[in-house]
Design a protein around this ligand. Sequence first.
Ligand SMILES: Cc1ncc(COP(=O)(O)O)c(C=O)c1O
Length: 388
Amino acid sequence: MADPVADSLLEWRKHFPALESCVHLISHSLGCVPAKAKDDLGEFIELWSTKSITAWSDWLPEVNHAAARIEKILSAPAGTVIMHQNVSTVMAVLASCFDYTGGRNKIVYEALQFPTVSYVWQAEERRGAKCQLVPSKDGIRIDVDAMCDAIDETTLAVPMSHVIFSSAYIQDAKKICSKARSVGAHVILDCYQSVGTLPLDVVDLGVSFACGGSVKYLCGGPGAAWLYVRPDLTGQFAPRVTGWFGNEAPFAFTMPEQSYADNVWRYMGGTPAIAALYQSRAGQSIIAEIGVRKIRDKSLVMTDQVIQWVDELGMTLNSPRLAHERGGSVVFDFVGAADVCRELNRRKFFCDHRPGVGIRIAPHFYTKAEEIDLFFAELKKIRSGAGR
Ligand SMILES: Cc1ncc(COP(=O)(O)O)c(C=O)c1O
């Protein structure tokens, strides 16, 4: 179906040997493991075993090293990113910065939000927040004007997904940020489904905060999530969800109250998950080295190829057709899709399924065009009952 185009990004496949024993179309959920991640984790263990407690002098700087890699990918200024374990924790830290007295208590986000984020903000209703969810008319998109209309002078925060996890629809974050700023509200942009596949410039977008993780397109595995804070906001908040690494002098062990760091570390909690930072190093570095613009260009060609297959096989497309509205994955449905997904995974054609929308797949910079054809050939076989 697709031309096996000469594709310079395929050079990077040699860093991902796991790709040779499967068809890996699951980077929107779990990026492929780089071979070097094993060496990097080995380095962490080696330090632990040879240096014991003194390993911390090597380990702790890894937080800033990981943050610097993320800053590069986000086009963020130095010193604006701190590492965390997951997006839920980041959202909880940010929620704990706010209070809902004084007439500003509205939290606006899309109804197609990733559930974990919604759970955090719904819980804030117990403290006086009022969440307003902007509905989707088609289950794929969220009308940008409806988002902007929901944001008014009573809005405190807009914790929104940059790319909707269940459809890959790209929200117009810049327009929404501009509306939010005009009324004094803060956009918290969850970039989990965009980082590493869509070029990002958090300064140009005008977000107050951005967050995401490294599990997906960054090929960094779990535990290396991150938070960007707009530099002029850093000192404005005192998160109630805090810990000793958010202190101005953690090793002074001052009591009893928190005395916050005057830099982005004030958004930290307890002991950082150092192993995850080692593990995430290779993937983040590779993405930064390739440059996300090139990854996006290739992704658009490949997701087009996926859509051609979806059309040819008469399946329902649950992602935007228009390139500028479409992130890195494609979602499609048909009767029995959940079972077919399970069987595809058993056969090592890796993908996932989300209730109500169907199978999600994402090519990445390391994907060969022919792997997409192989995937749909296998899917056809399973649907017709062959090869079981
Ligand atoms: C948009 C989005 N946000 C957040 C998450 C995950 O959040 P957490 O890091 O808390 O597991 C995901 C997927 O895992 C996601 O797609």
